[in-house]
Design a protein around this ligand. Structure first.
Ligand code: AMP
Length: 117
């Protein structure tokens, strides 16, 4: 696990700052978004600091792929699959990324439009 001491999500992973953690395993953690955009809004993050999907290398594929498995487990625990859930990854500031540590948004509990805003 390699962390960046200046990264807010690394600080959450290492429990240096608080968050409502809903899931954790060897490779990933998940916590409630501070500014939820839906009744359920959870962020799934790798424990390795990777700034964005565009910065990942081939050796990161299992870690990044693992985020989807973690998301599925969380959705199972919370029954999100019954009505559906949206998963979002913003890549780069121009696409809306504001925290540069890969995170998979899980959003659920309301209807979602397409295309996204
Ligand atoms: P993005 O804009 O895709 O980079 O998403 C970053 C998300 O992190 C936003 O939805 C923020 O509300 C959320 N966020 C920022 N700081 C925290 C924090 N300390 N705890 C939980 N969520 C956070």
């Amino acid at each position: 696990m390699s962390l960046d001491p200046d990264c807010i999500f690394c600080k959450i992973i290492s429990k240096k700052i608080p968050a409502k953690i809903v899931y954790e395993d060897e490779f990933a953690a998940a916590f409630e978004d501070l500014n939820p955009q839906a009744p359920v809004h959870i962020l799934v993050v790798p424990k390795k600091h990777i700034p964005e999907v565009h910065a990942m290398s081939a050796e990161d594929r299992e870690i990044v792929g693992h985020l989807f498995l973690a998301a599925k487990k969380i959705a199972d625990q919370k029954g999100l699959h019954v009505k559906g859930y949206r998963m979002v990854i913003n890549n780069g500031a121009g696409a809306g990324q504001s925290v540069f540590h890969i995170h998979l948004h899980i959003l659920s509990g309301r209807r979602f439009s397409w295309p996204p805003g």
